[in-house]
Design a protein around this ligand. Sequence first.
Ligand code: ADP
Ligand code: MG
Length: 240
Amino acid sequence: MISVNSISKVFGKHTVLKNLSTSIQKGEVVTIIGPSGSGKSTFLRCLNLLETPTSGDIFINGVKITDPKTNIAEIRRNIGMVFQQFNLFPHMNVLENVTYAPKTVRKISKEEAEKIGKDLLSKVGLSDKIESFPGQLSGGQKQRVAIARALAMEPNIMLFDEPTSALDPEMVKEVLEVMKDLAETGMTMVIVTHEMNFAKEVSDRVIFIDDGMIIEETDPKTFFTSPKTDRAKDFLSKIL
Ligand code: ADP
Ligand code: MG
């Protein structure tokens, strides 16, 4: 579903991604782990062209999205993204946040959008909050709205960039539960996270990035029990 061929990203004099290659199958849940500043967000953002790789190519469903002629809006419609800082529309209530893009981008009717929106909000456990505004919600509730909002576009791929890093500890679990449910539906997911238990239990594969390179890429059990490189061993020794 996603094929990354030797991408690099240069910001000024700084090469942030160095010849990364990988591929991700339909339905796979991949977690991206690595030290702060190692290029995880930049890599994730290249997958929906929030950043353009300086060199190399990315194919999604056979379409070369790094081709300058690609319709970026069309690509992004099929890829949902959830950020650390929620990015909800503060002046819209929860249901409006979730239905806005389906109505304006997918051009579906208000009634149909609200039906889909209410169904998604029920799945993330927020049926009783549809008329609340983001400012009235906890961080965990906001992040669940953000997930429902991304899903309302019926994406094929979901990208998550540290979705629980801005949350108080007691709210992390409710968001991870929603992500785990989503993984069980067969959604293709790429998740940058520091939640090692989630990576261990839910992901099919771990990609360990350090200094802009993929250092290890394996199933979570192998990665957490017998990392091969000193860099991965060192990283794990600091966080586990
Ligand atoms: P991570 O998500 O692993 O913490 P990032 O991908 O955010 O790492 O950043 C990797 C490196 O790229 C960092 O040194 C960061 O400062 C740099 N960087 C990220 N985005 C930009 C940008 N837009 N302009 C310049 N440097 C950037
Ligand atoms: Mg980051």
